[in-house]
Design a protein around this ligand. Structure first.
Ligand SMILES: *Cc1c(COP(=O)(O)O)cnc(C)c1O
Length: 369
C-alpha cells in the first residue's frame, strides 16, 4: 500500500467544481490584487481566529516580518524565539535587522521553554516569538505574563496552528499578533503562497495593511516606505472556499492523532509527544520521537509509507546562521529533538486502513529492526 505524507488531491476532489467556478469568477472580475475576495476572506478568517482583524499578505514569512515591524521591532532590537522551528521564523527577525536570541525548548513539547526566557533578556529585547509547532500551542499563559512584566511584545508564529487553543482561548487572542501561513501543505492551504496577520489591535492591523502595499494610503499617496507583500485575489478566493471546511478537517486530524496514539502507545522505542493540559492542538504534524530514526524511516519507506523530518537541524546549527557563532551543545534539548523527531503521514482524508497499516509497519519494525 502507498501512504503519502499529505494528499492535496483528495481534498481537491471534493472541492473541484466550486473551486473552478470561483477561480473563473476572480478572473472575469479582474479581482487579482486586493478586492472583494480578499476582504471577504479577511473578515471570515478574523472571525475564525476570534479576533477583530486579519490582514492577508503574501506568505507566512512576510506575515511574521510585517507583524513584528507593526509591533515596533526595529533594527538592533532583540527578538527571542526557539531553534526548534522552520528557518522562516528566524528569517523574519533577521530581515528586519533585529537580533535573534534563541531559548531552548521544553523536553515534553518541543515548544519554547518559558523557564529559559529570563536568561535571554537584555535591555534591547523587544519581542518574544513563540512557535506553535506541529499545531500545538506553546505555553502562552507564562510567556505572555513574562512579556507583560518586561514590556515585550508577543507575536505568535502560528503558521502550523490555525484554530489551536490554549486554556480555552484561540491562540490568536494571546499576545499582540499572530502570523499564519497558507502554504499549500498547511492546515489551511492556498494554491500557491499566502499568509495573514491577525490581531485585536486596530493600530497593528492598519500598520500591516500599509506595509504590505507600498505604504499606500490612497492612489499615488505613500505615507511610509513599505513592501509589496499583498495576497492575490485568486488565493483569497481559494481560501474562502476552504475555510468553512477547516473545523471539520481539524476534527479529522485530531481523531487520526488519537488513533495513532492508541495504536502506538506501547510500541517499544517510540515516544509520543503529549499535549499539555489546556493546550488544544490542531495536529498539523503527527510527530514522534525515537532513538533509531533512520532504521524506522527506511523500513517505512520500504513499505510505501512517506515520512518527514520536522526539523532535523536546529536553527542555531544551520549554515545560514553560522555567523552568529553557535555551537553544538548550546541548546541541548532542541538538539536532542532534532536527532529523534520524525513525522508520520497525517491529513484529514487519511483512511483508517492507511492509518492501521502505518502503525502496523512501525510495530513490525520495532520487532525486526
Ligand atoms: C510554513 C512556516 C512558516 C513560513 O510560511 P511560508 O508561508 O512558507 O512563508 C513559518 N514558520 C513556520 C513554523 C512554518 O511552519
Amino acid at each position: 500500500m502507498k501512504v503519502p505524507f499529505v494528499d492535496l488531491q483528495a481534498q481537491f476532489q471534493v472541492l473541484s467544481s466550486e473551486m473552478e467556478r470561483i477561480i473563473a469568477d476572480v478572473i472575469r472580475k479582474n479581482a487579482f490584487i486586493g478586492g472583494p475576495y480578499l476582504k471577504e476572506f479577511e473578515k471570515n478568517f478574523a472571525s475564525f481566529c476570534g479576533v477583530s482583524h486579519a490582514v492577508g499578505v503574501s506568505n507566512g514569512t512576510d506575515a511574521l516580518r510585517l507583524a513584528l515591524l507593526a509591533c515596533g521591532v526595529e533594527p538592533g532590537d532583540e527578538v527571542i524565539t526557539t531553534p526548534n522551528t522552520f528557518i522562516a521564523t528566524a528569517e523574519a527577525v533577521a530581515m528586519i535587522g533585529a537580533k535573534i536570541r534563541f531559548v531552548d525548548v521544553d523536553p515534553e513539547t518541543g515548544n519554547m521553554d518559558p523557564k529559559c526566557l529570563e536568561g535571554a533578556l537584555s535591555p534591547r529585547t523587544r519581542a518574544v516569538v513563540p512557535v506553535h509547532l506541529y499545531g500545538r500551542p506553546a505555553d502562552m499563559a507564562v510567556i505572555c505574563q513574562f512579556a507583560k512584566a518586561h514590556q515585550l511584545k508577543v507575536v505568535s508564529d502560528a503558521a502550523q496552528a490555525h484554530g489551536a487553543e490554549f486554556q480555552g482561548k484561540p491562540i490568536s487572542q494571546w499576545g499582540d499578533a499572530a502570523s499564519f501561513s497558507f502554504y499549500p501543505g498547511k492546515n489551511l492551504g492556498a494554491y500557491g503562497d499566502a499568509g495573514a496577520v491577525v490581531t485585536n489591535s486596530s493600530e497593528v492591523a492598519a500598520q500591516v495593511a500599509l506595509l504590505r502595499d507600498h505604504g499606500r494610503t490612497q492612489k499615488y499617496e505613500h505615507k511610509i516606505l513599505g513592501f509589496n507583500c499583498r495576497m492575490d485575489g485568486l488565493q483569497a478566493a481559494v481560501l474562502s472556499v476552504k475555510l468553512p471546511h477547516l473545523a471539520e478537517w481539524t476534527r479529522k486530524r485530531q481523531s487520526h492523532a488519537k488513533r495513532y496514539d492508541d495504536l502506538l502507545v506501547s510500541t517499544a522505542g517510540i515516544r509520543l509527544v503529549k499535549n499539555r493540559p489546556g493546550a488544544k492542538s490542531v495536529v498539523h504534524l503527527y510527530t514522534v520521537l525515537c532513538e533509531d530514526r533512520e532504521s524506522l524511516r527506511s523500513h517505512l519507506t520500504s513499505r510505501g509509507i512517506e515520512t518527514g523530518l520536522h526539523y532535523p537541524i536546529p536553527l542555531h546549527l544551520q549554515p545560514a546562521l553560522s555567523p552568529m557563532g553557535f555551537k553544538p551543545g548550546d541548546f541541548p534539548v532542541a538538539e536532542a529533538w532534532a536527532k529523534k523527531v520524525f513525522s508520520l503521514p497525517l491529513f484529514p482524508e487519511l483512511t483508517e486502513e492507511q492509518l492501521v497499516y502505518v502503525a502496523a509497519a512501525l510495530n513490525e519494525c520495532v520487532r525486526v529492526c
